[in-house]
Design a protein around this ligand. Structure first.
Ligand SMILES: [Zn+2]
Length: 435
């Protein structure tokens, strides 16, 4: 549906020329302000906050944003609202992927960064219920442009936020210049790597890392860090980093780390499915038989990932086998972090080849539950907590004033996290995402 941009309530406040313009837009979209409201009636609502789910609830969206939400008895439905009966269904916020990459991959190849490819991937995320994605690196002009054009009531693809380039440089001056270039383009985050690819490459020297954090903070931008080792994780927290974008995977996290990350109020993004993608194609993965995976992936990609050549390359890759062990460490660490009260946000590192956008976000939540989180904790990590961690502001929970980004499910994910896949429809700014 198309919603009008403005309600008639604002008309007395605006200049005549603008009035004419807005009336024109309104008449194109609809003939009365109230047709801009949509009400979902009768569902169980998991709102993404710490509150208990609401039974037999109503949520009203007007002009793309949530106007009211609550038990049926407490919500007034506007007279001319379009009503949708969702009794027996479950509504939850659209998923927020705190760590993805958008725009560069087609099939199993890269280098295809175009507006068309960005939109294709943002629509793919949206069909899987991922309504916001933080693209942490590899972002170019077209990605920024889509970020800038998404704050309106006719959006029906996933929202994108961007980090620009992954910052590299051999000198402090080069690092500061690259931070400035990303900041000048309007990046939401500054992204940096401090790992060594399991010993295969040099880590960024700590003096350069310190300069990067300093420059990012001068530009009032948060720093998201790709890391692997516990020792580096402690270092970057003390140096002022703002987000841990992957699991600590070399050893169990300790009390010192948990106290430090909590004291610094920094969030932790496990990206468990990133590890999975590094080794799982050494044989045919179970999810190649999941209809929910098959409905979006091209058969040619499955064929290529299933060839003996591809499989033996992974079987014989030291990196693949190293990351397979790292995943068990990462899974164990989730339970320690959870018990330590650390804020954990759902993120996947999807986007690069064979890290399947949309499907892997559901797998990630399932793995978070396998690692010891409750289904409600995993859902909060993928909605309200992720939005909080990323300073997303007006997405991630179903509360008045937030964008109307939500998922209608046929089965309750609190009974079984696998039920996040029972998506019947996805809505962004109150618009149904095309299937
Ligand atoms: Zn990444």
């Amino acid at each position: 549906m198309t919603l009008p941009f403005k309600t008639t309530l604002e008309i007395p406040l605006i200049a005549p020329l603008a009035l004419l313009f807005i009336l024109t837009i309104s008449f194109v979209g609809s003939l009365s302000a109230n047709t801009g409201s949509i009400a979902f009636v009768g569902a169980t609502i998991i709102d993404g906050t710490a509150s208990a789910p609401l039974q037999d609830a109503v949520i009203v969206i007007t002009d793309g944003r949530i106007r009211s939400v609550g038990p049926r008895s407490a919500v007034t439905i506007p007279a001319n609202a379009q009503q949708i009966d969702v009794s027996g269904k479950v509504i939850m916020p659209g998923l927020v992927n705190a760590h993805g990459h958008v725009g560069n991959t087609v099939g199993l190849g890269t280098g295809a960064y175009t507006t068309e490819n960005l939109l294709r991937q943002l629509s793919l995320y949206a069909r899987y219920g991922v309504t916001t994605v933080y693209s942490l690196g590899g972002d170019e002009e077209q990605g920024y442009a889509l970020r800038n054009s998404q704050f309106n009531a006719d959006l029906d693809r996933a929202r994108i936020f961007v980090a620009g380039s992954v910052v590299l440089g051999d000198t402090e001056a080069a690092i500061r210049a690259e931070v400035n270039r990303n900041a000048d383009m309007g990046a939401n985050y500054i992204k940096v790597r401090v790992d060594d690819n399991l010993g295969a490459t040099e880590k960024m020297p700590r003096l350069l890392f310190d300069a990067l954090v300093d420059q990012a903070h001068i530009r009032r931008l948060p720093v998201a860090v790709h890391l692997f080792y516990l020792d580096d994780a402690k270092y970057i927290l003390n140096a002022g980093a703002d987000l841990i974008a992957h699991s600590v995977r070399d050893m169990p996290v300790d009390r010192e780390f948990i106290d430090l990350i909590n004291a610094k109020n920094v969030c932790y993004i496990p990206t468990l499915t990133r590890e999975v993608s590094t080794f799982v194609y050494e044989s045919v993965p179970g999810f190649f038989a999941d209809p929910y995976f098959l409905k979006e992936v091209e058969p040619a990609i499955i064929s290529e990932l299933s060839t003996p050549e591809y499989q033996s390359r992974m079987q014989n890759s030291a990196a693949a086998q190293g990351y397979k062990v790292a995943l068990t460490v990462a899974m164990d660490n989730i339970q320690r972090l959870r018990e330590g009260g650390v804020r954990i946000a759902m993120g996947t590192d999807t986007g690069p080849p064979a890290r399947f956008q949309g499907y892997f976000e559901h797998m990630e939540m399932h793995m978070m539950v396998d690692a010891g989180m409750s289904p409600l904790e995993a859902i909060r990590a993928a909605t309200g907590v992720a939005a909080d961690c990323m300073n997303a502001g007006d997405v991630g929970t179903l509360e008045p004033g937030k964008w109307g980004d939500l998922i209608v499910l046929g089965a309750n994910p609190l009974d079984n996290i696998e039920n996040t896949k029972s998506i019947e429809s996805v809505w962004i700014a109150g618009n149904r995402v095309p299937e």
